[in-house]
Write a protein that binds this ligand. Structure first.
Ligand code: 6PG
Length: 465
């Protein structure tokens, strides 16, 4: 018999997504050069499903019904090009190749055109939700070739997460929009993770134990800050190390890794240009974290952090509001970036569908997404969520305590770079006249870069000396 869907790369994401498809009634075929992985695929299949593994690419291609649907989940970069090269001689006109990894959207653009020139379809697709998501329902961000999308749509809808019965997958726009949306998703993810880590550090300074942190995050997850990242943070504070019986997070090195998607978001935001200061700060802080040796030495030159003199209960409330506020800003920045990129790169990204499919399955799913969905449903072209009344109301309610805790952290010497970045972004946006008139004067002074005036139309230059 022929199989409906083929997967290249049976790492945990590829395997789990394939098993998910099989559970939804699709006969699937997986390829990996590593025979232990093809075996692992077959042995982990649910009884009664049709799942087969192979280490022969020819067998994979020959085993699929036409037009073939082949997805790859391999590391971003050269491996994706290598897979395409090896597939091209084996495929027939009209076959569909999907790249479900975290590829850079510029690479995807190039590949779309290359694969098209060979007579096949190529679709870049973001998949979010980690291992569990892939197995039981991810958020899926396909874009580009509409024909390719329509071909796999029923399968993607079947395997995706569902929110109120609605599948967390939709067409994200032209060209490389799928990978673009996923890149920004990851940028927001970096932002929120950094913000949570700053909240953690403030609460630790106030003397909260891991057990108390677990309780605080538990409560937050049951309230207006409900989100996947808050939920897993809650669980992390309760997880014991099986070697020492201590709480594991205390034993983990503070050097944060990254695979690049956050950095790409910042780089591309600079190119647009769009300000995404929370995300930039999150990337920078992962970088600072890796300069461990310098930090250890510098800590000795500038020792000591002052105590914040606020009751624990009050401080928890302030940290809650600051985290809520700054998380909201992280989404606002990412979504404003998507809106700009959508027109600058002619991708026509439907923002209302982006936030709709982010409500479930993905790493940044949270209660807030439902609010964003309602806002973009009313006004899909909204350039910045700060312009929306509902969002403005949320911001206003969290602002007073955010200001207090940012001030207290600065006085005590506790780094809250991303929370501060969120606050400054907000304050800059609500400033009608920024001091950048002075920057313009300076540019004209030393470089004759000219300036515009507020009182007379035209372009001016002054001999300043
Ligand atoms: C997701 C995640 C996923 C992956 C990140 C991690 O949406 O499921 O974003 O794609 O965990 O790429 O990125 P870093 O290794 O750069 O933190």
């Amino acid at each position: 018999r022929l199989f409906d869907f083929g997967m290249i790369g049976l790492g945990v994401m590829g395997r789990n997504l394939l098993l998910n498809m099989a559970d939804h009634g699709f006969p699937v075929l997986g390829f990996d050069r590593d025979a232990t992985k093809t075996q692992a695929l077959e042995t982990s299949a649910t009884a009664g499903t049709t799942v087969k593994g192979t280490s022969s690419l020819e067998e994979l291609v020959q085993g699929l019904s036409r037009p073939r649907r082949i997805m790859m989940l391999v590391p971003a970069g050269q491996p994706v090009d290598d897979v395409i090269e090896s597939l091209v001689p084996l495929l027939d006109q009209g076959d569909v190749i999907i790249d479900g990894g975290n590829s850079h959207y510029i690479d995807t653009l190039r590949r779309v055109n290359y694969v098209k020139s060979k007579g096949f379809h190529f679709m870049g697709m973001g998949v979010s939700g980690g291992e569990k998501g892939a197995r039981f329902g991810p958020s899926i961000m396909p874009g580009g070739d509409v024909e390719a999308y329509n071909n796999v749509k029923p399968m993607l809808e079947a395997v995706s997460a569902k929110v109120n019965g609605s599948p967390c997958v939709d067409y994200m726009g032209h060209d490389a929009a799928g990978h673009y949306v996923k890149m920004v998703h990851n940028g927001i993810e970096y932002g929120i993770m950094q913000l949570i880590s700053e909240a953690y550090s403030l609460l630790q300074h106030a003397g909260l134990s891991n057990a108390q942190l677990h309780d605080v995050f538990s409560k937050w997850n049951e309230g207006d800050m409900q989100s996947f990242l808050i939920e897993i943070t809650r669980d992390i504070f309760a997880k014991k190390d099986d070697k020492t019986d201590k709480i594991l997070v205390d034993l983990i090195s503070d050097k944060a890794g990254s695979k690049g998607t956050g950095k790409w978001t910042s780089q591309d935001a600079m190119d647009l240009p769009v300000p995404i200061t929370v995300i930039d700060t999150a990337v920078a802080l992962r970088n600072i974290s890796s300069f461990k040796e310098d930090r250890v030495k510098i800590a000795k030159i500038f020792p000591g952090v002052d105590k914040i003199n606020i009751s624990q209960e009050e401080l928890i409330g302030q940290v809650h509001d600051a985290l809520y506020f700054a998380t909201l800003i992280s989404y606002i920045q990412g979504l404003a970036m998507l809106q700009s990129a959508s027109s600058a790169l002619k991708m026509e990204i439907p923002l209302q569908n982006v936030v709709r499919i982010w409500r479930g399955g993905c790493i940044i799913r949270s209660g807030l997404l439902e609010t964003f969905y309602e806002v973009f449903l009313k006004n899909p072209a909204l350039s910045n969520l700060l312009l929306d009344e509902t969002i403005a109301g949320l911001i206003k309610s969290k602002l007073p305590k955010t200001r207090i805790i940012v001030g207290e952290a600065a006085k005590a010497g506790i780094p809250v770079a991303a929370i501060s970045a969120a606050l400054s972004y907000f304050d800059a946006y609500r400033t009608e006249r920024l001091p950048t008139n002075l920057v313009q004067a300076q540019r004209d002074y030393f470089g004759a870069h000219t300036y515009q005036r507020t009182d007379i139309e035209g372009t001016f230059h002054t001999e300043w000396q």
